[in-house]
Design a protein around this ligand. Structure first.
Ligand code: 5AD
Ligand code: SF4
Length: 582
């Protein structure tokens, strides 16, 4: 591999290391000269596999490429640089990656300037980077999850040295702020709150590929979320391999409940979070979720298995009973809360009885949705060293049985939704039919309904008509155009002159002196009317004098003058809008 410069290679023993404390850094984006020249007028394409952490990494990579002057390509075939962002969590995810890399062979031979990069969790596996470079000689840069912020320098080095590069460091990881980012969606955003994982479930590769569990500073998270609210985002999902652990590394009492509440208070219409480990889910978290209407009542709570011995072997730190107790607490504190899960079938040596416990757990909990997986050995994890006596055919048969039980639970919830109205955040036209929109309810059910495409990004009311278990069909409630009228009202309520008017009006309504003057004016008016009715000229004149002096006092009162000024400043804006609409 003379063409390849190896800058660093992953190392499982280093990947296990948790000793080094994370470094907090704020990076300035520097675009090196050759990369800048390469970037001008060129395009990029990123293909992402795996979880939301990878999706967020794609957004950050896009941010770097756009900082270097590139634009997103129409498709991968015309792109000047393609990055394949990989997932290592199961073997089938890896097989898809090989197919994806192979697709770019012709492209690479056709265009000598084309750059192909491969990154993400799969590259953090020992031996993988070299294997990819050897099997696919047209790959130019292999880099790891920790090397992502260095992407522009890697491109620079590749261009300068005309060599292919491997840079995959294994270390506990840092917290780097000020990273550039181009969000993939205009209305829904992912915000990392923690990186890495320290749980070391025995089957899982993630603690080795993403490093030590480390929390972002609360102020940095809040700043990011505040900007999203200001930009009109409708939904934020706080991300972490285990969000419950947020803040534990600060040792100052900060917890996930603290950050969840602080973000909820920023006024984002919808707030979600994932994933929650069932082991350290606190009552304080439940209280915050229950308290804020903008926190979606939907908790992803991976059980993995329903058998306590299996859970012990998986290193999950809870028993079946403790899990069920948590489910009970959630349902007690947050009635109607949706609960979803992940289940692994066929962990080494799982017996029929142990598997039956998983089935009965699913029957008892009745999940709103469940992601089910057949166990896939991951090299370097403790479970991969266990000799397994369960044949594949048995695993597949169990998997099919599990799906049926899961589906029955899902239907028990979804069938109850028919005939009720739900708030749906519209994602846009559905993939199958452009006349049909799709979106998600608060409890994360996919709903399809006929409505105009301009409702994308709005939270609308949909009456559920049909239940298809994993999705719903519904009917828009109300006139679609009125949702746009609501937007106008919302936009207006943020206008400075409206804010000033509301403030002046509030001061006016709360001023006790004004209230008393107004009462006295009313009394004087009544006295004038009565005196006039009884032809009492003297009394009438007295009441009139009183009325005139009170009116003088009222008109010149600073609170009234302030309200008049605010009104006169707001009026032209409203008149202009009215003229525009007429
Ligand atoms: N095999 C099968 N499924 C796995 N998961 C993680 N590691 C493995 C593995 N080795 C599943 C878990 C986890 C989800 C993201 O992926 O259920 O919650
Ligand atoms: Fe993997 Fe367990 Fe960490 Fe989840 S909590 S990322 S399953 S090690």
């Amino acid at each position: 591999m003379g063409r390849v410069v190896i800058k660093s290679l992953p190392d499982m023993s280093q990947a296990r290391n948790r000793v080094r404390r994370p470094d907090f850094r704020r990076e300035d984006i520097v675009v090196p000269p050759l990369t800048k020249k390469f970037g001008e007028g060129r395009t990029y394409w990123i293909k992402t596999f795996g979880c939301q952490a990878n999706v967020r990494d794609e957004e950050i990579l896009s941010g770097f490429f756009e900082a270097a002057g590139m634009k997103k390509a129409k498709n991968d075939e015309v792109a000047d640089i393609v990055i394949i962002n990989t997932c290592a969590v199961r073997e089938n995810a890896e097989e898809k990656v090989y197919g994806e890399i192979g697709k770019h062979k012709a492209h690479s031979h056709r265009d000598p300037n084309f750059i192909l990069g491969v990154c993400g969790c799969m590259m953090q596996e020992e031996g993988m980077a070299k294997k990819v470079m050897a099997s696919y000689p047209f790959v130019n840069i292999v880099f790891g999850t920790h090397n992502l912020p260095n992407i522009l320098n890697l491109v620079e080095e590749h261009l300068a040295r005309k060599k292919d590069l491997i840079d995959v460091i294994s270390y506990p990881g840092d917290i780097i702020e000020n990273l550039p980012s181009v969000r993939l969606d205009k209305y829904k955003a992912f915000v990392n709150i923690t990186y890495g994982c320290d749980k070391f479930c025995t089957y899982c590769i993630v603690p080795y590929t993403r490093g030590r569990e480390r929390s972002r500073d609360m102020e940095d998270i809040l700043k990011e979320c505040r900007e999203l609210v200001e930009q009109g985002f409708q939904e934020i999902t706080l991300l972490g391999q285990n969000v419950n652990s947020y803040g534990k590394d600060f040792n100052n009492g900060t917890s996930f409940a603290t950050i969840l509440e602080a973000v909820a208070k920023l006024g984002i219409p919808r707030l979600r979070f994932m994933t929650s480990h069932p082991w350290d889910f606190s009552d304080e978290m439940l209280e915050v979720i229950a308290k804020y209407p903008n926190i979606m009542k939907c908790i992803h709570l991976p059980a993995q298995s329903g058998n306590t011995e299996m859970l012990r072997l998986m290193g999950r730190r809870y028993t079946r009973e403790a899990y069920l107790d948590l489910v009970r607490r959630i349902r007690e504190k947050i009635p109607g809360c949706a609960i979803t899960t992940d289940i692994i079938v066929g962990f080494p040596n799982e017996t029929d009885e142990q598997f039956e416990d998983t089935l009965t757990l699913c029957e008892q909990v009745k999940y709103d949705a469940a992601f089910t997986f057949i166990y896939s050995p991951r090299k370097g994890t403790p479970a991969a060293a266990i000799k397994d006596n369960v044949p594949d055919s048995v695993k597949h048969e169990r998997f099919d049985r599990l799906l049926k039980v899961v589906e029955a639970g899902v239907i028990s919830h979804s069938s109850e939704m028919v005939g009720k109205t739900y708030a749906v955040l519209v994602d846009g036209p559905s993939k199958k039919d452009p006349n049909v929109l799709s979106g998600y309810t608060e409890n994360n059910k996919l709903v399809h309904f006929v409505a105009p495409a301009y409702l994308k990004g709005h939270i609308v009311s949909v009456l559920i008509k049909e239940d298809h278990a994993f999705s719903m069909f519904g009917e828009l409630v109300g006139d679609p155009i009125l949702y746009l009228a609501d937007d106008l009202v919302k936009a207006l309520s943020k206008e400075e002159s409206v804010l000033a008017y509301n403030e002046a009006k509030r001061a006016y309504e709360e001023d006790e002196e004004i209230a008393s003057i107004r009462n006295r004016i009313e009394d004087a008016q009544k006295a004038m009317v009565q005196c006039a009715a009884h032809s009492d000229d003297v009394g009438y004149q007295k009441a009139k004098n009183e009325y005139t002096s009170l009116m003088d006092l009222y008109k010149n009162h600073p609170v009234v003058l302030n309200l008049e000024t605010a009104e006169s400043q707001l009026r032209p804006l409203l008149e202009e809008i009215a003229r525009g609409l007429a």
